[in-house]
Design a protein around this ligand. Sequence first.
Ligand code: ZN
Length: 685
Amino acid sequence: MKPLPVEPASVREYKVVTTKVWCCHLIPLPKESNMFPARLTACSLASFLLLGLVTLWPLRPVALAQRADPEAPPAQWTRISDFDTQHLALDLRFDWPTETVHGTARLTFKPVRSDFRRLTLDAGQPMTVLEVTTESGAKLDFQHDKAAEKLTISLDRGYGRSDTVTLVITYQARATPPTGGLFGVFGTGLTFLRPTSTASKRRYQIWSQGETEYNRNWFPCFDFPSDKFTSEVRATVETPYTVISNGRLVSDTDNGDGTHTVHWRMEQPHASYLLSIAIGQYRVITNEYDGIPVQSYVYPDRYADARRAFANLPRMMAFLSTETGIRYPYAKYAQTMIAEFGGGMENITTTHLADNLLPRAHEELDNIEALQAHELAHQWFGNLVTCRDWSEIWLSEGFATYFEALYMGERFGTARLRAILAEHHATYHQAWNEGRRRPMVTRQFAHPDQLFDAYAYSRGALVLDMLRFVVGDEAWREGIRHYLQRHQFQNVETGDFRRAMEEASGMGLDWFFDQWVYRMGHPVFEVTHRYDADRRQLTVKVCQVQKLEPASRHVQTEYFRTPVEVEIVSAQGRRQTVRWFVEAQAEQEFSLPLDAAPRAVRFDPQHRLIREVIGETTPTGQLRETAGAGWWDCQHRHQHSPQTGLSARPVTHRRCNPLLSRVVFPHRHSQHCEDEGHERTDFTR
Ligand SMILES: [Zn+2]
């Protein structure tokens, strides 16, 4: 999914607002930076000693650090289930005046233990369960605990692991208003939209939003990503309305009474949160990719705009099929415009897109193009392979964000890709500087919605770009294909991805995933160099000056190890790039034969690493300037703007305080420069 602002905006504005959405509307994570003083005054001596232990011994297991924090939420583990859902068939009718769905759910499952006598499903508060029967119609006792959102059904006998059981649950469910949930705009189950006295032009629509755990509000299921099943949806609606759901269209039957029944079947297993429905008055734009139907359901009065905006969808499917090495894996792909929604949601085979993001004829298409690529990329990352539990959500969002950027790079050139990644560096550093700090994979969260932040999206994408830098393009492609092929239609965790990449590259990558995925933070490199004219040798000294956070409940990396590129510009202006391996230690020196003192030494010039850099030096060794993430952002944006098509404004760093802004607030610096439209100064000369 991808949260976007309610009002469409330009590329630059949209990115900034997106960041704000992440910042403001999520349930805020505790700010570790603010915790330390509070704890000093309030905590017991024991806690203080524990903190001291963590300080002195920063690489202790997570559990110790967790215990040191009395405010830490309990660890969230993969839910245990004693059954395996095989198939879910929903039969639905809708009552507009009461905003209620009347449903029958035929649920087929296999117990995973013997003498299985009680089935417990998730069933939310908007739901009223009317009857539960066996497949042959025998009534079963049940209990619906609305507060706990659990439906417990007593079976007619004990079943075993070799049994396949089908139950029929008759229920009704009220709509849930499209507020709350992710970012406050995504909906939490089923949304009914109708014209009202204050909104007379509102369209009639019904749509669902399942991620993270909201589908339980309109059908009973095991509502957690670890259980995959096939599904089908039959929906009966008044004739003018179109029904869009997952998978293949089986039939559309006119009932002769002003209604029709539309039947969709999803033949490959998927997680519960990806099941969806959208009902409204639509016109279809039909296309195809490699024989697969590609449909966009759009408002008839926005047909021309939609045709223009959605024209590249087959091209995106071709790109992602090639880039992942796996052909688009489902029977169809659809996009549906829905109202009063906040971005895009990658329901399986059937993405929902906020209607107010559709550009009008005079507006540029970049945002909607990127959004479509993001949701389409999820059909591979998130839908074909699905994180086993929410702590691993970067396997969805980081990948969708990165492949969206790759698509934009393919479309508009490498410079655009680097510019987009520079934005993600900025977003990540902004979160970091504002005290929102965590490892990408953490089990410490109060609600899974909290995890859809700069770490899942921006840092996730950047870690993938770094991994590609580490293993090389060829192994990267092979690893992605291998990962998808091995785990398709299954659940995954980061370890599965690591193993696939290790097998493809022949490299051990435990260190990479440990420091970038499971631990918090990034390196701050202080880079200096000196030239020895007698020996004709350049020596570059790389120090890691980042500090551990003693107050943090998260496990951290003291020193990072990583390959890095260093560009050396000779006195004559000739450039050469060397690749060195920085080890996990406080300082390290690299030497290189060189005929004369260099004009400049640039550390990580392509910005492939998540890092800050301090200390680009002149030939005399005098500290001349620093280059943190913000400076590189500026450099990327402004160097590349003619190619990327992004609006280019000249920038200078003269009026900025380079040390303060780059070291302390690297992102602020780039914003500052950009906002104030300074002239540009070349630092390295
Ligand atoms: Zn997404």
